[in-house]
Design a protein around this ligand. Sequence first.
Ligand code: GLN
Length: 202
Amino acid sequence: MKVGVLALQGDVREHIKALEECGVHPLTVRRRSEIEKIDALVLPGGESTTIALLAQSFGVFELIKTRIGEGLPVYGSCAGMILLADRVLDATKDQETFGGMDITVRRNAFGRQVDSFESDLTVAGITAPTMKAVFIRAPWVEAIGPEVEVLASVKTSGGVEHAVAVRQGALLATSFHPELTGDNRIHRYFVEQVCKTENSIK
Ligand code: GLN
């Protein structure tokens, strides 16, 4: 299985390392010819607006969008989650996403005073112990469609629960960055479970 990490901006190297630990030989991808050949894709954390603009410049934005629509398994962390979302709140003007996941995310949702924080999370489908999740100017999921499964959520200061790990068929997204904590259980879950699923989106 050829797993690509979209290498336009963001924490590409950390995702490569996490995937290698899961026994796959990941490739950094940014050109059309590379993206046409992959069987699965990881969208790194970074800056969603920059990644989208660079994808346009490299002429791969529509290709990635099309491949997601055709069933390509994709995992997105943080900015990657935003890029997978069909709807974005607090987006910049004209911000575009690849979409594919029937979710509404809010960018930078956790507020300025807590731009970065850690939380111990229980994630459905991931075996114990809890996962130390690192959030950096992270989005949360504000609404989900009927086919979306919530794998983990966080209770915010107002007492409201917001989803921070979601799955829809072959698409997986987390608000947090497992690639930064040396815990490869999310990547393993992606490679071993999610990539084996038929993507139901058409
Ligand atoms: N706030 C960033 C964005 O909107 C995401 C931050 C991250 O990936 N750590 O893209």
